[in-house]
Design a protein around this ligand. Structure first.
Ligand SMILES: C[S@@+](CC[C@H](N)C(=O)[O-])C[C@H]1O[C@@H](n2cnc3c(N)ncnc32)[C@H](O)[C@@H]1O
Length: 319
């Protein structure tokens, strides 16, 4: 990628995609196998320690790449077409250059943005915020690996987004399944924070799971799901043992730790989602439900996993 000259050449070669006659590519380069040892080595040292329990989130960021390799993670790629179309439109209109990623498990959301903005001129300025350093480290690793010559500015900030402020105002804010990290009240605070960080007319582009049957019990893996998920990860690990040089018993133990700790807070309905955004000072440009098939049956999976689900795909403008 991305000297402005290269971008200009690609723009001329890619006019079909730019004019909408061809679908934009929806799969960015994803060196997930190469990133696995990088993430596993980085997570114990970089991951954030919970101020109350002292436990670090390496159970999450150090295990997530295994889920990605096994195809069991719920990633932005499940919404690749949506992100390609919506981010591509914003990239092409030239009005959405200052981009904020609001929370990300690794480099995957950044990869979709880079794909959509590959021909943008001027190049985007991308800021990534997460309360943990590990995903930010992986974003920098990805940039260096996939577009070393980019003239794209990447800023990272390790902070709880609810406590963060900056003089910068962004044109577009993007994330995947970040709303479900928050229960009802902090979610309203998150929407207010997003509004504050965007310029008037700035956009939120995101997806979030909608589950009318969600209950606080469904926020976590059940004991049976923990056991079946551990077995499933053990079997996947056996298939990858040689290629990745991994110990299936160790990876299954990490799966159990992940399943015991992870939780999600689903929004129950489109009405609840509408109210959240509209009372928070946004109006919808795009709100569609997407029905996704999953790789893992619900008996073997839980929050954060590639399971059958309904997601809302959202583009909303700051009023
Ligand atoms: C974006 S969410 C879901 C991940 C998503 N499925 C993906 O593929 O990127 C997970 C990230 O949110 C971050 N996070 C959770 N609460 C946060 C907060 N209050 N402020 C900043 N980051 C937060 C976690 O550290 C984690 O890296």
């Amino acid at each position: 990628m991305n000297s402005s000259k290269e971008r200009e050449n690609r723009k001329m070669a890619g006019t079909e995609a730019a004019t909408g006659r061809m679908s934009p590519p929806s799969s960015p380069e994803d060196p997930v196998i190469q990133s696995l040892p990088v993430a596993i080595e980085a997570a114990p040292g970089l991951c954030r320690k919970d101020p109350v329990t002292g436990e670090s989130c390496s159970w999450y960021h150090g295990f997530w790449p295994y889920l990605r390799v096994f195809g069991l993670a719920a990633t932005p790629q499940r919404h690749g077409k949506f992100f390609a179309e919506m981010l591509g439109r914003l990239a092409r209109d030239g009005q959405h250059r200052r981009v904020l990623v609001s929370g990300t498990a690794d480099y995957a959301m950044l990869a979709h943005i880079l794909l959509a903005y590959r021909d943008a001129d001027p190049a985007p300025e991308i800021s990534v915020v997460d309360r943990c350093e590990t995903p930010l480290f992986l974003c920098k690793w990805y940039m260096e690996r996939v577009c070393p010559d980019a003239d794209i500015e990447l800023k990272t900030k390790t902070t709880d987004i609810l406590n963060w402020d900056t003089e910068d105002r962004f044109d577009m804010l993007c994330c995947h399944s970040f709303l479900s990290q928050f229960s009802n009240l902090p979610r309203q605070a998150l929407i207010a924070k997003w509004r504050h960080l965007l310029r008037p007319g700035g956009k939120v582009v995101t997806t979030t799971r909608i589950d009318p049957a969600w209950t606080p019990q469904a926020a976590v893996f059940s004991p049976d799901q923990i056991a079946s998920f551990g077995d499933r990860v053990y079997r996947e690990s056996c298939q990858w043992r040689e290629k990745l040089g991994i110990d299936p018993d160790e990876v299954a133990a990490a799966a159990k730790r992940y399943a015991e700790r992870t939780r999600t807070n689903c929004i129950g309905s489109l009405e609840e989602l509408r109210e959240l955004f509209e009372t928070g000072g946004f109006k919808f440009d795009h709100l569609m439900l997407s029905h996704l098939e999953g790789k893992a049956p619900s008996s073997q999976s839980g929050p954060g996993l590639n399971r059958q689900a309904v997601y809302a795909e959202i583009v909303a403008s700051r009023a």
